[in-house]
Ligand binder design. Structure first.
Ligand code: JHZ
Length: 414
């Protein structure tokens, strides 16, 4: 069995759940296909977004088994340079503020991928341990000298690790949204964490998802779409507390959340400020979600029209970046080979594969076409818009155009 349907909210167990957006039956966003498998039928699962009307957790209830989702994985942190530099700053900020004065501290990262962040901590001489469920990715990390356990974290594993050493810092980036049993996860954190240690995590911020119409970040891997209110009640339930939060630009708008055992750190004013911004923004009001769903439907038509226009002008369109979310966008907006010839991506593991659902070939990014004025690049990796537009200056100067799909289709030239 690869899939099951939940009927209760993941955090507060309420059954008062309302369907907000139905993105249809979709293949898994990271299930890129080999050429020889193109004729085989693909597994598709319902992709539907629900709001808990009690604790306001926005979530999926159609759950694909984690073994099936994450045992082999194609996303590599190191393939996106802006994320690598984000991690450099991230590690040095955490080191300066929380680790510099500790004797022989340990940093544990859950969902450590290819070890890009832990590598930065190693540069400070800090002991590190990665926990990464994808076998192929954990191997990449171990091969470059980042000790990584290839397991899904559960309470037994956490207990075993804690017998050897507890962590001064536990990190989990883009992980909480992927966890089905959030309560067990928080129990693992409690057992792994030193009494005066901190748990730091980053998750895409629900506020940005709503305000910038980032609907394509909704896919089967992402079970919860997080904001502070449900996170506070989750951590409080286990005698942990959020003491600080910092907004980050990555992944279309992220929050970095700082958690400790109760009473260890003074709560910062950032926390109060963001709680109040969230309240005022309407993300705890069902009307906001109804409007969001309408805008998503409208975006589909606008994007189709823009692509048709480019085609009628004789342009060749290719995809820039093959992120998981790009596949949600292509499948939901019905953008297939009649529009896109190919997609360029920097991830070695995605080369030569075809996108799930739409079967667009993924090619290794080297440089962009020289006769640029013939081309339009659909920016599927829109979260790196600033970096990419800057990097591809020459393409734009030679007449090439970018089509940025989110929050509303927008053509960018020189
Ligand atoms: P990117 C990932 O989602 C994975 P994805 C995960 N599910 C998650 O939770 C979110 O992040 C937050 C390529 N690229 O980062 C590399 C270029 O080709 O938007 C990647 O394949 N050229 C854990 O997959 C893709 O684009 C470039 O210049 O939606 C970007 O993937 C750059 C910068 C990237 O994440």
């Amino acid at each position: 069995m690869k899939y099951h349907k939940e009927t209760e909210c993941r955090i507060c167990s309420s059954q008062d759940l309302e369907l907000i957006l139905d993105l249809g039956n979709q293949p898994l966003a990271n299930a890129f296909i080999k050429k020889e498998d193109l004729q085989k039928s693909e597994n598709r699962f319902p992709l539907r977004l629900y709001l808990c009307k009690n604790c306001h957790l926005l979530q999926l209830l159609d759950i694909v088994d984690k073994e099936y989702l994450f045992k082999e994985y194609l996303y590599l942190t190191s393939a996106s340079k802006p994320i690598v530099s984000h991690f450099e700053t991230y590690a040095s900020e955490i080191y300066d503020e929380f680790l510099k004065v500790s004797a022989d501290p340990l940093v544990i990262e859950i969902g450590s991928n290819d070890g890009s962040l832990l590598k930065e901590f190693q540069k400070f001489g800090t002991n590190v341990l990665g926990i990464e469920p994808a076998k192929n990715i954990a191997k990449i990390a171990n091969d470059v000298g980042i000790p990584t356990k290839n397991v899904f974290l559960n309470y037994d594993t956490a207990k075993k690790i804690s017998l050897e050493q507890r962590a001064s810092v536990i990190i989990a980036n883009n992980v909480l949204g992927h966890i089905e049993d959030l309560k067990e996860f928080i129990k693992c954190i409690k057992v792994l964490l030193d009494d005066n240690g901190i748990f730091v995590f980053e998750v895409p911020h629900l506020l940005d998802l709503m305000q910038k119409l980032e609907f394509d970040t909704v896919y089967h891997e992402h079970l919860s779409y997080l904001s502070l209110k449900p996170l506070i009640s989750l951590t409080n339930e286990f005698d942990l507390e959020i003491f600080d939060v910092k907004k980050q630009k990555v992944h279309g708008g992220t929050i970095r959340v700082f958690v400790s055992k109760k009473g260890q750190f003074k709560k910062t004013s950032n926390l109060e400020k963001l709680i109040s911004i969230e309240k005022k923004s309407g993300i705890y009001d069902i009307k906001t979600y109804k409007m969001f769903a309408q805008n998503v439907k409208q975006l589909k038509n606008l994007l189709q029209n823009e692509l048709k226009k480019c085609k009628s002008e004789g342009k060749t369109i290719f995809g820039y970046g093959a992120p998981a979310k790009g596949n949600v966008l292509l499948n939901y907006c019905n953008i297939g080979k009649e529009f896109l010839d190919y997609i360029l991506d920097t991830t070695p593991l995605k080369q030569g594969l075809y996108t799930p659902g739409m079967h667009i070939p993924v090619r290794l990014y080297q440089t962009l076409p020289k006769n640029a004025s013939q081309y339009v690049a659909l920016l599927l990796a829109w979260n790196y818009e600033k970096d990419i537009i800057h990097k591809e200056n020459e393409f734009r100067e030679n007449g090439g155009r970018f089509l940025v799909p989110i929050p509303t289709p927008n053509i960018i030239g020189v």
